[in-house]
Design a protein around this ligand. Sequence first.
Ligand SMILES: NC(=O)c1ccc[n+]([C@@H]2O[C@H](COP(=O)([O-])OP(=O)(O)OC[C@H]3O[C@@H](n4cnc5c(N)ncnc54)[C@H](OP(=O)(O)O)[C@@H]3O)[C@@H](O)[C@H]2O)c1
Length: 292
Amino acid sequence: MRVLLLGANGQVGFELQGLLAPFAHVDARSRSDLDISDSGRLREVFKTVSPDLVVNAAAYTNVDQAEREPELAEAINAGAVRVVADECRSRKIALVHYSTDFVFDGDASAAYCEDDAANPISVYGHSKLNGESIVADGALSLVVLRTAWVYSLRRKSFVSTMLRLMASQDVVKVVDDQVGNPTSAFDLAFATALIVFESRRDPYRWFLERRGVYHLAGDGSCSRFEFAKAILELAPGPLKARAVEPISTDAYPLPARRPKYAPLDCAKAKATFGVTLPPWRQSLARALGTLA
Ligand SMILES: NC(=O)c1ccc[n+]([C@@H]2O[C@H](COP(=O)([O-])OP(=O)(O)OC[C@H]3O[C@@H](n4cnc5c(N)ncnc54)[C@H](OP(=O)(O)O)[C@@H]3O)[C@@H](O)[C@H]2O)c1
């Protein structure tokens, strides 16, 4: 099978390149090869590559910067997604697309299910929800995988930022009133590859029969503070930091609002695809190279 992978240099895209390669011919495009907001170039690539399946791991993901660049965030996270969807529909190509817990407002008291009402509170969240509007197109062979708190050590992420701060500060202050699912980019890419592998005989039909939105994130949830504490405990070191201190979001204002409580219930993905991600702490230890 031939896969067109968009966003190949991102946290998830990079891992997907290696994980799809054993069973698919992967045409991997990073932003320097293909700017997906250039619709003419994007359509041209569909013509030349002629994929059986597209995985769209490209996105505008700088949540705070998006508040200052709403048009660009919208162009990449929604406009380009509609072009991808349009090409997939007309050429009968299956599509795997990623979305985010930031489509929710975070005022819930239990983990969010796929059908819970979305109500984004940031420009990024709005743009990603607009990108999800392709789900309404019943002719698309499409799954949208909503994930959360994705990290890798390769790029800027919560984990790499914490390690940097912990290398230079005695005490690192982290918000304790935001709760979500830490998700290893590798685990998410691996689960995606398993799903794509299952579809390999007839991806268009396979995804058409299972089309819709699915939550797929690290198993279990925690606050940012608990996540940071686990990083300090599990990092191989040596680190300067001796402690992580909890603070409130109000004490650490950022341009974009974040959902306070937005764990994702991933039961639907488990029931449909037989796939779950490992417990978040186990994945973190593996990512940090300290899993015995
Ligand atoms: N990161 C998270 O915490 C998180 C949480 C929930 C959902 N998600 C979703 O999960 C998916 C994968 O995220 P990720 O963490 O892998 O993000 P990432 O590391 O920021 O990767 C996104 C990739 O998209 C590329 N990109 C940006 N604009 C582009 C454009 N105009 N044309 C082509 N490529 C472009 C980036 O290029 P550069 O390499 O040049 O930057 C980057 O390689 C995204 O849909 C994201 O919204 C992420």
